[in-house]
Design a binder for this molecule. Structure first.
Ligand code: NDP
Length: 254
């Protein structure tokens, strides 16, 4: 039995990439994991199948975030998925899904593009948390996936880092508010990690080398590097950590 046995986790955007890695790791630690996606039905089912084949428990929920009634759709799907497993409450909420419109410096970023990133990266975590708070058990965990781009100027644009900065403020403000319930709220600042989000950027050898050279540990991040840090924050070992930001970047720009 893992240390999350008996716990229930929702990981937004866990059909692919870092979210999938987090879902698989939390399930390996014993949690029932709700795998959430927007449009990658097959990938989400594949994630859930990988979890159950490894002896874990999972269900799949579809909801596009950043559109009207997104929170209603996700909450309804979550309720159905949990009921099928005889559960109704949540212990761990990981806000991982995000939209990163790359190559949008201030000269070209449009208000519409910025609104889309705000809607997915900030508004959805805020109002999803609001909706799920009554379901979140005392002593629970909220983990927000942020980015190294809140600490170093991004080459890819200004809108996305602004949304992650807002998510970090959300994180520590909420940590204070939920402290009396024993719920911890932390953020994980991710560095350049090999996923679909970064595939195009990393395909450029010069860009790859530049990003490797920024790290102290001399390589690009791998999904388990992030998932293991999230699993620590989700565990009882992190019970005294709240309102913190953990830099999981291999030491970018030290
Ligand atoms: P990917 O693009 O590989 O995966 C994104 C996931 O989020 C998918 O599961 C996708 O679902 C879901 N998603 C995206 N938009 C929406 C939406 N509008 N509604 C619902 N679900 C959505 O991302 P990564 O794994 O690379 O990134 C995960 C997190 O890590 C993000 O918060 C990102 O900002 C952060 N991060 C990543 C870095 C990196 O180098 N990869 C660096 C810094 C931070 P679907 O499959 O259905 O499209």
């Amino acid at each position: 039995m893992g240390n999350l046995s008996g716990k229930v986790a929702l990981v937004t955007g866990s059909s692919r990439g870092i979210g999938r890695g987090i879902a698989e790791r939390l399930a390996r630690d014993g949690a029932l994991v709700v795998v959430h996606h927007s449009s990658s039905e097959a990938a989400a089912e594949e994630t859930a199948a990988a979890i159950t084949e490894a002896g874990g428990r999972a269900c799949v929920v579809r909801a596009e975030l950043g559109v009207p009634h997104d929170v209603d759709t996700l909450a309804a799907g979550l309720e159905t998925g949990l009921r099928a497993h005889g559960e109704s409450t949540l212990d761990i909420l990981v806000h991982n899904a995000a939209l990163n419109l790359m190559g949008r410096p201030i000269e070209v970023l449009t208000p519409e593009e910025f609104d889309r990133m705000i809607a997915v990266n900030v508004k959805a975590p805020l109002f999803l948390t609001q909706r799920l708070l009554p379901r979140l058990r005392d002593g629970g965990r909220i983990i927000n996936i942020s980015s190294v781009s809140t600490r170093i100027a991004s080459a890819h644009g200004i809108g996305y880092p602004l949304t992650k900065g807002a998510l970090e403020v959300f994180s520590h403000s909420l940590a204070k508010h939920l402290g009396p319930r024993g719920i911890t709220v932390n953020s994980v600042a991710v560095g350049f990690t090999r996923t679909d989000m970064t595939a195009e950027a990393l395909a450029d050898p010069a860009n790859l080398e530049r990003n490797i050279s920024l790290t102290a540990l001399g390589r690009i991040g791998r999904v388990p590097d992030i998932a293991d840090a999230v699993a620590f924050l989700a565990s009882d070992d992190a019970r005294w950590i709240t309102g913190a930001k953990i830099d999981v970047t291999g030491g970018v720009n030290l």
